[in-house]
Ligand binder design. Structure first.
Ligand SMILES: NC(=O)c1ccc[n+]([C@@H]2O[C@H](COP(=O)([O-])OP(=O)(O)OC[C@H]3O[C@@H](n4cnc5c(N)ncnc54)[C@H](O)[C@@H]3O)[C@@H](O)[C@H]2O)c1
Length: 322
């Protein structure tokens, strides 16, 4: 992996949208419709519209991208400009990383989740054989352009997905502010940049998920189990917040944290209003029902490790249950 690109200088805030000057564009089809003014250029670049969503992160879509890049004679020195949320970034970056062993990759994340998380750190991914991100590579973008005006059209439910990850970062690093969940107030560019930088710094320290970066999975083991157990009816952001709550409860139960810390974590997480249907699912689902999904988590090939609050902060710990 080119760790040179795991660098804060690769993050760029763009108040005005600048149409890319070279290469080709891979774009969430929705953005082409929502922002036609951004794409009307005197020198239009070849553009491939892609459908967003988990179901599009597959090999067929990837082949479509290979064909498009090939048709337009793209080589390793050419830039591929990718505009979209996390699913488009994951899919397109995977294709770009494997086409002719990798072309130049520029990302323009268009959801809050992609701006502060998915576009950063170089993980690409396709879903395959029923497993999420089963195929993937580490391929950081040479530039990630944060154009927050894209968020004006983002539905509130999608904004919440990004907020959930930001809430997690603010628990992992006490220097980060508690993100505000006021959907009527646009989120400030500086706030987005600060959280995006935080992820970039962690990835730069630990590019391959061996130590510090693992902590970014706080809430994810239980969260993924909840998503799977609910057959994806619970959205990722809700699942992660509830996953963090379960992790805190587990830590308290195992005496890894005292009551004061436990209540502190719960109060912090209480800033995020989990939807009533997600809470109901949690109340009605016995913990044992989640265990098979926890064991399937690809991060748990050896033993069952969890990211848990302890009296020395949030750490990777072995679970006592199997
Ligand atoms: N690679 C990583 O490190 C990493 C990290 C976290 C998440 N992810 C991945 O990110 C994906 C989720 O990303 P996501 O939440 O951005 O989903 P997404 O890409 O599906 O976008 C969510 C929805 O918002 C729409 N949309 C995108 N931008 C818009 C805009 N500006 N205005 C209106 N609508 C817009 C999309 O068309 C889609 O319907 C998952 O597949 C997850 O695995 C990857």
């Amino acid at each position: 992996m080119n760790t040179e690109y795991l660098n804060e200088d690769c993050l760029e805030l763009a108040a005005e949208f600048q149409y890319p000057s070279s290469g080709v564009i891979l774009c969430d089809a929705k953005l082409l419709k929502l922002y036609p003014e951004y794409f009307s250029s005197e020198k239009p670049l070849p553009t491939l519209a892609l459908r967003a969503g988990e179901r599009s992160k597959n090999l067929n879509q990837c082949l479509k991208i290979y064909e498009f890049l090939s048709e337009h004679g793209i080589g390793r020195q050419d830039a591929v400009q990718v505009l979209g949320g996390g699913t488009i970034c994951d899919l397109a970056a995977y294709a770009v990383s494997t086409f002719k062993r990798g072309c130049r990759l520029i990302l323009y994340p268009s959801t809050l989740l992609a701006m502060v998380d998915a576009a950063i750190g170089g993980k690409t991914g396709l879903n395959h054989l029923g497993f999420k991100n089963y195929l993937g590579s580490f391929y950081p973008a040479e530039k990630i352009i944060l154009h927050s005006s894209f968020l004006e059209s983002l539905p509130k439910a999608e904004l919440r997905q990004g907020y959930a990850e930001m809430l997690k970062y603010s628990l992992l690093d006490e220097d980060l502010p508690l993100p505000e969940f006021d959907s009527m107030m646009p989120i400030r560019d500086e706030t987005i940049l600060r959280f995006a930088r935080y992820k970039m710094q962690i990835c730069a320290i630990d590019p391959y998920d061996r130590k510090e970066r693992l902590l970014l999975n706080f809430g994810h083991s239980f969260g993924h189990a909840l998503e799977a157990a609910s057959q994806n009816k619970i959205k990722h952001g809700d699942a992660i917040v509830m996953g963090m709550i379960i992790a805190c409860n587990y830590s308290y139960q195992e005496e890894l944290i005292d009551e004061e810390d436990w209540l502190y974590y719960l109060e912090w997480l209480g800033q995020y209003e989990v939807t009533a249907s997600a809470l109901r699912f949690l109340e009605e689902t016995p913990f044992e029902n989640m265990l098979p999904f926890l064991r399937q988590d690809k991060k748990n090939s050896q033993g069952l490790s969890l990211i848990l609050p302890t009296e020395d902060g949030i750490k990777v710990m072995e679970a006592k249950f199997r």
